[in-house]
Design a protein around this ligand. Sequence first.
Ligand code: ADE
Length: 231
Amino acid sequence: MGWHVTLLTLFPDMFPAMLGQSLAGKALEDGKWSYHAVNMRDFATDTHRTVDDTPYGGGAGMVMRPDIIEKALLSVEKPGRRIYLSPRGRVLDQALVTELAAQSPLTLLCGRYEGIDQRVLDAHHFEEISIGDYVLSGGEPAAMILMDACIRLLPGVMGNEETSGEESFANGLLEYPHYTRPAQWDSLIGRSYDVPEILRSGDHEKIRQWRHAKAREITRARRPDLLAEDE
Ligand code: ADE
């Protein structure tokens, strides 16, 4: 059945969006992963299908009601690990992506409005995951990003299995620079640029060393925090 994700959302039509195209889209067609988007509004009982209410204690915005979210969750036959996408959560990194790609099923709760009643998160043991230190208007794009990062790691999804081992973060470093033809490229805005000679030398060991040195140099310049441990 492949890797399966249930999405609890008020906007099921936002999916699959970008996940229906390119690499993830092909993998979806091939059955390597699947998803089911549950519209939480279907669990509202009043005529206006209300899913939110004003916050206790006052303040701006609305809060999603715990009863609606719980009913939506309980409608899922096998929810698996429950995750609430939220800027308060543990920040997603490649290690966590690797862990989640190896786990199925997952249920991703996508919030809208100011937040979600804390009690439903506590009662159903949602862990919180953030995709970075900025605030989105809802959890759906964050869920898609988490899923995209996992899908490309699923067995058989990337044609060249080596690719995922060499790229940024897999070895704790940012990626070395890439070049393709032509060997000498004349930019339309004036200058001419050559591909580094060593990459055309055919000496695989030297090329490997050069790439590793470049990866370290770029990581030291841009993200010294990634090197801090072994420097
Ligand atoms: N929802 C709103 N902002 C978010 C973020 N940064 N990460 C995950 N979910 C979010």
